[in-house]
Ligand binder design. Structure first.
Ligand SMILES: NC(=O)c1ccc[n+]([C@@H]2O[C@H](COP(=O)([O-])OP(=O)(O)OC[C@H]3O[C@@H](n4cnc5c(N)ncnc54)[C@H](O)[C@@H]3O)[C@@H](O)[C@H]2O)c1
Length: 252
């Protein structure tokens, strides 16, 4: 029996990087997976790779109308939602002096508004059945000072805080919904390739224990997402799960 067998999961930004790895891990452990992305064709590719049990849907997480339509479609197709992974993201290399208000709003519309809207619109559907698990993708950017990722870090800080607020609200209202944030360090994905100025240049992540400062693989984060999605983590709620091979605890 799979670790998330019988559950229905929705992953945002599932067409690439961490989201695609989350979808594969959840499907492997028995969940039916709704792979969503603003780029439908990438979600379709990921769903096709998974095969039976996965469907692709277009979802721009910054659009409330899109969230309402997607929750309706999930309800009609599956009648339930057990796992939401608010993963979609964009990156902008700019410090506070360089960032325009338009850029700031764009980054936050995807990663802060997007997570807010996901939590808001998933909770009613989760509540119709057995509750569920919401996993919000934050970053070590929410925990450290990264000048060059100013707007990105601001959005990830919002994700960290709203996660705790959602977790406590669900407990206070008697909902059987947990909500946790995940804080990866550098993971080898198209986003990091772009942020490091090497778009499309994929680097292999070695197996085994990684050196300090080395990038991890998407599967390293998917393993945490899978744990939080499953009932194994029933006593983990409102927590910030750091997946960074020790980057945030090094003194320098
Ligand atoms: N890769 C890392 O090192 C790293 C570290 C910490 C946190 N994260 C976070 O993990 C998440 C996934 O990042 P990734 O590295 O896999 O990046 P990625 O660029 O490979 O994937 C991001 C996905 O989000 C989608 N997306 C962008 N805007 C969207 C929108 N408005 N609506 C729906 N989908 C949208 C993209 O189309 C893409 O498929 C992001 O939230 C990112 O901030 C990544």
């Amino acid at each position: 029996m799979g670790r998330v067998a019988g559950k229905v999961a929705l992953v945002t930004g599932g067409g690439s990087g961490l989201g695609a790895a989350d979808c594969a891990a959840l499907a492997r452990e028995g969940a039916r997976v709704v792979v969503t992305d603003v780029k439908l064709e990438t979600a379709q590719r990921v769903a096709a790779r998974i095969g039976e049990g996965a469907v692709a849907m277009e979802l721009d997480v910054a659009s409330e109308e899109a969230w309402i339509a997607t929750m309706k479609a999930v309800d009609e197709q599956f009648g339930r939602l057990d796992i939401l992974v608010n993963n979609a993201g964009v990156v902008l290399n700019a410090d506070v002096e360089e960032t325009t208000l338009e850029q700031y709003r764009w980054v936050n519309s995807v990663m802060s508004d997007g997570v807010f809207l996901g939590c808001k619109h998933a909770i009613p559907l989760m509540n119709r059945n057995d509750g569920g698990s919401i996993i919000n993708m934050s970053s070590t950017g929410a925990l450290l000072g990264y000048p060059i990722f100013f707007a990105y870090s601001a959005a990830k800080g919002a994700v960290r805080s709203m996660t705790k607020s959602v977790a406590v609200m669900c407990q206070e209202k008697g909902y059987r919904i947990r909500c946790n944030s995940v804080h990866p360090g550098s993971i080898e994905t198209p986003m990091v390739q772009q942020a490091e100025g090497r778009p499309g240049e994929e680097r292999e992540v070695p197996s085994g224990v990684l050196k300090p400062g080395a990038s991890g693989a998407p599967e390293d984060v998917a393993a945490m997402v899978l744990f939080l999605a499953s009932d194994e983590s029933r006593f983990v709620n409102g927590a910030e799960m750091v997946v960074d091979n020790g980057v945030t605890i090094r003194p320098f």
